[in-house]
Design a protein around this ligand. Structure first.
Ligand code: SAM
Length: 247
């Protein structure tokens, strides 16, 4: 692995990134859901709804949500798989996972399992999940190729990978507005609401460093997926990549 990597726009030692990312999510965990609603004007709910609708997950399926945080996807998957299925909500960060646990309990959702681990090393056997998802998580993972390889490994043949992540818009006017908003306004809102301006500066920067739609598609195909299609949401500010493991 390379000796350095990026943490937002900063170059840091590769082994340092994970603890810097942990610091970000430890700091914002209790305000994470509120910030999502405010910063995206509620649009993250539509992006996640589209992801669930695209998943083809059905009653009885086994689903693993990686970097699942406060549990939005896991909750929706639980409703789809029903009592005969299984949903695992996982995250590297205990504070985020606890927020997820509290959320699901408060909403009366039972049956979701919670497991803390790094998406680069998934502690499950090969070929066991019908669907593996990661929403707004891959950007934060140090070795993205390793994480995609692990998601491939645990999926069943015929299983489906869903990566929902910030991406690149090619609408010039939207890009100008989005740059101004994300570099100037988002960190200020982060300061006011979550008392952490730096965490939301990191958010804006990490989005710019993330591979664009085509680059991420190539990474998914290179990991062995037999197909990968993406769908732009909100003009490409976000994209959903869907990979299928055939063999
Ligand atoms: N999936 C949730 C959502 O869409 O609201 C939470 C997304 S939040 C922006 C990113 C999450 O990725 C955080 O909960 C963070 O702890 C988690 N994360 C960061 N690096 C990770 C890693 N290497 N493995 C697993 N989770 C990780």
């Amino acid at each position: 692995m390379d000796k350095t990597t990026h943490f937002g726009f900063k170059d840091v030692a590769t082994e340092e990134k994970q603890s810097l990312v942990r610091g970000v999510f430890d700091s914002v965990a209790s305000k994470y859901d509120l910030m999502n609603d405010v910063l995206s004007f509620g649009a993250h709910r539509l992006w996640k709804h589209y992801t669930i609708a695209s998943s083809n997950v059905k009653a009885g399926d086994k689903v693993l949500d990686i970097a699942g945080g406060t549990g939005d996807l896991a909750r929706a998957f639980a409703a789809k798989v029903g009592d005969s299925g299984q949903v695992i909500l996982s995250d590297i960060n205990a504070t985020m996972l606890n927020e997820g646990r509290k959320n699901l309990i408060n909403k009366g959702i039972t049956g979701v399992e919670f497991v803390q681990f790094n998406g680069e090393h998934i502690p499950f056997a090969d070929n066991i999940f019908d669907c593996v998802s990661i929403a707004f998580g891959l950007r934060n993972v140090t070795d993205k190729n390793q994480c995609i390889a692990e998601m491939y490994r645990v999926l069943k043949h015929g299983g489906c990978l869903l990566i929902l992540e910030f991406s690149k818009t090619d609408i010039a006017l939207l890009e100008r507005f989005y740059d101004a908003y994300s570099f100037n306004i988002m960190p200020k809102l982060g300061k006011i609401i979550a008392d952490d301006e730096d965490a939301y500066q990191y958010l804006a920067q990490s989005i710019r460093k993330h591979p664009n739609q085509e680059a991420l598609k190539k990474m998914v195909l290179d990991a062995g997926f037999s197909s990968c299609e993406y769908h732009n949401l909100s003009g490409g500010i976000v994209a959903l990549h869907k990979g299928i493991k055939t063999y």
